[in-house]
Write a protein that binds this ligand. Structure first.
Ligand code: C2E
Ligand code: CA
Ligand code: CA
Ligand code: CA
Length: 274
């Protein structure tokens, strides 16, 4: 029993060690990808409530690993946050999005920003420098934050947000309703846009509750002067419901998946002809 106990212990121990090593390797490879422009950005269109116009693009990070293939941001973004790479990764995405934005002068570009980026003392300056470098008016940038931004250092984040907003940058609250947000944050923080969490649309077909929640979020956001984005829209029923209830912008596979630049170009041509 003793022997098997020991071997079990060493089994777990070596597998944990392997995990640590694998993680270490992956984070070094991510570092390398950031430094050598090996990441990419996909753009998911958002359309206006009348369905006629593409208004915005959400920039989404993509990483094609040389051996493992595409790795989801759901995996590498938390890894970047854990290993301190998120500031550099976030700035890489922002720069790339601003560089690309030149091709679509009439569209707003939405970029996801992690809480730790917001806490970086030079974050606001870095955003401004990037906008200037690529001659992007601040009004064309929308920064998306999730409710996790409220978890710490409220004062620093609020200060940074207000500075960005004063300069014209738009701020969106992403995944609204998914986390531990309190409604008081909607008053305290200067959000321009509210993105309804996808889970309410996923639950949409199950019955009246999810619909009631979606309806209420739209009404609440509008009453507070915010624009509402419905994301994760996959069906015509979801689309119709959102539009009937006054949702301002629609994003989801029903409209388009996140697209590479050539695919986006095609999409914009086709969409302009409708
Ligand atoms: P998110 O910000 O909520 O982005 C929307 C995610 O939903 C994207 O997943 C998008 O591909 C997916 N999606 C869009 N429409 C639909 C739909 O109709 N149905 C379904 N089931 N999914 C849809 P993606 O690209 O895998 O990104 C996952 C998450 O990773 C993002 O969620 C965001 O939290 C994070 N992320 C991605 N890029 C960045 C980045 O550059 N910086 C930071 N900080 N986070 C990022
Ligand atoms: Ca987002
Ligand atoms: Ca979201
Ligand atoms: Ca999310």
């Amino acid at each position: 029993a003793k022997a098997s106990g020991r071997s079990r212990w060493s089994f777990f121990s070596s597998s944990m060690q392997e995990q640590v090593l694998a993680k270490d390797k992956l984070s070094r490879e991510l570092r390398h990808a950031i430094d050598n422009d090996l990441l990419d950005v996909a753009y998911q269109p958002q359309i206006s409530h009348d369905g006629r116009q593409v208004t915005s693009l959400e920039a989404l990070a993509r990483w094609r690993h040389p051996e493992m293939g595409a790795i989801s941001p759901v995996r590498f973004i938390p890894l970047a946050e854990e290993t301190g790479l998120i500031n550099d990764l976030g700035m890489w995405i922002l720069r790339r999005a601003c560089r690309d934005a030149d091709q679509w002068p009439h569209l707003t570009i939405a970029v996801n920003v992690s809480p730790s980026q917001f806490k970086h003392p030079r974050f606001v300056e870095q955003v401004l420098e990037t906008l200037e470098t690529f001659s992007i008016p601040p009004q064309r940038l929308e920064i998306e934050v999730t409710e996790s931004v409220f978890a710490s250092d409220e004062h620093a984040i609020l200060t940074a947000m207000k500075r960005l907003k004063d300069l014209g940058v738009k701020i969106a609250l992403d995944d609204f309703g998914s986390g531990y947000s309190s409604l008081s944050y909607l008053r305290k923080f200067p959000f321009d846009t509210l993105k309804i969490d996808r889970c309410f649309l996923t639950a949409f077909d199950d019955g009246a509750e999810a619909r009631a929640i979606v309806k209420t979020i739209i009404a609440l956001g509008k009453a507070l002067g915010m624009e509402i984005v419905g994301e994760g829209v996959e069906t015509i029923e979801q689309l119709d419901f959102l539009l009937e209830n006054g949702c301002d912008r629609i994003q989801g596979y029903f409209i388009a998946v996140p697209l590479t630049r050539p695919r986006l170009k095609e999409f914009l041509v086709v969409h302009a002809e409708d």
